[in-house]
Write a protein that binds this ligand. Structure first.
Ligand SMILES: [Zn+2]
Length: 388
């Protein structure tokens, strides 16, 4: 039997389902080589790849995954290269988190545990709560005390137990894992092994559908999804379906970019951000990413890079995605197109390369004010249409 958990950094193995290694780094499940692509008739959801997942599809599952992936000719001039878009916003609750929630909830059910939890006040909270509701198990969501009302409402729709917690929210991420063990709650936090196991299916979707993929551009927050993309690539290579790994480029908002700081200075470890400012890309503004060092390792292993983009560039890219490509995304997702533009300008990505920008989610709306248009009388309508 393979070990239950492996450390990517020091190769230590563990026979219990713990989340962290003695060296401090996050653990993941052992590399599970994907040796053949599923047949055409198989599911398009995450369960398409169940040969390398730790659970089977449960009754009531929401069919997460199966990203819409297409080539965007209209953005090529702006991006400076052959660009494909992967729209994870079409998942059941509008974000990439649904892949990890689906697999995490299914594995929890199979382990005979009837309660999941998470520490989140955004996409992940909604995602875990929805997937728990779908398969009929309990869910506990720990949110910060000062959470905005619209966020509580979006999570509460799925009827989880919501606990507003006062104190150090960053530390709660770790405390929750320990509390969960004592109280029979499987916490599916951003980078835990079961979540990474589901998130990795994104890269299978990309490699199965985008021909000759040279690079992937992905927003990075906790580093959990970047870790999952890396693990998926390693599993494809181990199974003989991929010869060389596409380069992984990670994007952060300039206002909060601790992984960029470590990358630029050639450091091995990501330290908490010293200076953090407000950014429109708040959903990736993670000052102390729990899998930041692992994300850095992923980038170096694939010859990629980590870069930051400022809010003006993010909003411009968000606007381009909507106007030129017809996709509405949250600002965090738009960092990918903004970052890609920067990379082609700098010559790190060539015009004839094939690159996929992963649009991780839709968000809560907002993202720039749209002016109210004037009212026109019926009889003036024709002249207005002519003037466009
Ligand atoms: Zn270790």
């Amino acid at each position: 039997m393979p070990p239950m958990r492996v450390c990517y950094a020091c190769d230590r193995t563990f026979e219990s389902p713990r989340a962290r290694c003695d060296c401090g780094e996050p653990l993941w499940r052992p590399i599970e080589p994907l040796v053949e692509w599923p047949t055409a008739s198989d599911s398009r959801s995450v369960w398409r790849y169940d040969a390398v997942l730790p659970a089977s599809q449960p009754a009531g599952d929401l069919e997460a995954g199966g990203a819409a992936v297409w080539r965007s000719h209209s953005l090529e001039g702006y991006a400076g290269t052959r660009v494909w878009l992967a729209d994870e916003g079409r998942n059941p609750t509008g974000s990439f988190k649904d892949r990890g929630s689906a697999v995490g909830v299914a594995a929890t059910l199979e382990a005979g545990i009837d309660r999941v939890g998470t520490v989140s006040h955004g996409n992940m909270a909604r995602s875990v709560a929805a997937h728990a509701a779908a398969v009929g198990i309990d869910c506990t969501v720990l949110v910060p005390a000062d959470i905005a009302e619209e966020r509580i409402r979006a999570i509460a729709r799925f009827d989880p137990q919501i606990v507003r917690v006062r104190g150090d929210y960053g530390r709660l991420y770790y405390d929750a894992l320990e509390l969960g063990r004592r109280h029979g709650i499987q916490f599916l936090n951003s980078d835990v092994p079961l979540r990474v196991a589901g998130q990795k299916t994104l890269v299978f979707d990309l490699l199965e559908r985008v021909p000759s993929l040279d690079a992937i551009v992905l927003p990075v927050s906790s580093g959990g999804n970047a870790s999952a993309v890396w693990k998926g690539l390693l599993e494809l290579r181990a199974g003989g379906l991929l010869e060389s790994l596409p380069r992984l480029y990670l994007t952060q908002a300039a206002a909060c970019d601790p992984i960029v700081v470590a990358f630029r200075s050639g450091r091995e470890r990501v330290d908490p951000a010293a200076n953090v400012n407000e950014t429109v890309a708040y959903s990736i503004a993670n000052a102390d990413p729990p899998s930041g060092t692992r994300a850095l390792a992923a980038v170096r292993d694939t010859d990629g890079a980590v870069l930051s983009v400022d809010d003006d560039a993010i909003l411009e890219a968000q606007d381009r995605l909507a106007r030129d490509a017809g996709v509405r995304v949250e600002p965090a997702s738009a960092t990918t197109l903004a970052g890609l533009r920067r990379l082609t300008e700098r010559g790190e990505i060539d015009a004839d390369e094939t690159v996929t920008c992963v649009l991780t989610g839709r968000g809560y709306g907002g993202g720039g004010d749209v002016p109210m248009t004037p009212i026109v009388d019926c009889e003036d309508l024709e002249s207005v249409l002519e003037s466009r």
